[in-house]
Design a protein around this ligand. Sequence first.
Ligand code: TXA
Ligand code: MG
Length: 371
Amino acid sequence: MNTKVVKIDREHPDPAVFEEAARILRGGGLVAFPTETVYGLGANALDEEAARRIYAAKGRPSDNPLIAHIADEEGLAPLTAEIPDMARRLMKAFWPGPLTMIFKKSPAVPYSTTGGLDTVAVRMPSDEAARRLIRTAGIPIAAPSANTSGRPSPTTAEHVAQDMTGRIEMILDGGPVGIGVESTIVDVSGPQPVLLRPGAVTMEMLEATAGPVAVDPAITGPMRADVKPKAPGMKYRHYAPSAELILVEEAAHTESREAVSEAVIAAINRLADEQSRLGKRVGILCTDETRNRYEQGDGSRMVRSLGRRSSADSIARNLFAALREFDDLGADIIYSESFSKDHLGQAIMNRLTKAAGYHIVSPEEIGKDGQ
Ligand code: TXA
Ligand code: MG
């Protein structure tokens, strides 16, 4: 299949481009498009066959449900059996925007979209190009992140092309996305809202609007005490580069927006040296404040800053692109600094720990093992 890539200009959108993309979607085809979070791989959310094509293009298990994207509030009622008051408050505060809510589904939504569940995930993106596409198509658009299953989500059209060329009809190139991590997911189908995935609509923001929000245990992952640093934990790996990723953090997680400890910097340099000596290509993920503290080695060492430590926005925006860049450069092993876990930091640390398959080490452990 020939994949057509078309640049879109948000200031002066070309209606013919959106018409063509909408025709593909209505005809059961696949179109990748930008949203404010990451690029999505779109298909008709009400068409069983289209959902199957998404799973095939991504290489994704078909029991993993998809998010239905709508352009305006009128799009919600036909997809849902009931809209609780708490959901209305959250919609008013955060839609359009990077918030996905899980509702009891209406019969209109096929089980192929919901992965067999009786609930449906719905989101109204704020990206104007995304909403224009949905509006032009006149149907809800099921869109997972437009990456091959398991790889980091795409934050540019080039990332999409890497994974999807030859597999989908069209890619709308709207340039780099603004947020860089996927939407916050909150289940509003039960009595209390439950956070299923942290994102740019933070826990603090949700609770200010909806009161106490429960947190799904899958977000924090296996308890630290259970983590055997040598075990790869492959079944938990998501958002992951091909290289092994190891998060280096203080046992007490003292990492903040201001600083990372000297012990962490020393530990990363030491681990990197050991791996370089074994002939491994090493990547280091750090910040503007610390990038000059890491030795570049003999050229086999790749040091990448995610931006200023004080700017969680820039760290979120650059994270997935940096993981993909390490893949492109052939890194064997990546060591990453750890970040503050509040506000947007919760989403950053969730993606990083998942990408690392929960492989986290502290400077103390490294000293003790002498590894
Ligand atoms: O920011 C985003 O949400 C992006 C852009 C393209 O909008 N989309 C995205 O989709 O991240 P995806 O498929 O990569 O992630 C959707 C997540 C999955 O973890 C899936 O398990 C969960 O949403 N999900 C979808 N429907 C669900 C449901 N009914 N109940 C529980 N989880 C659900
Ligand atoms: Mg995804």
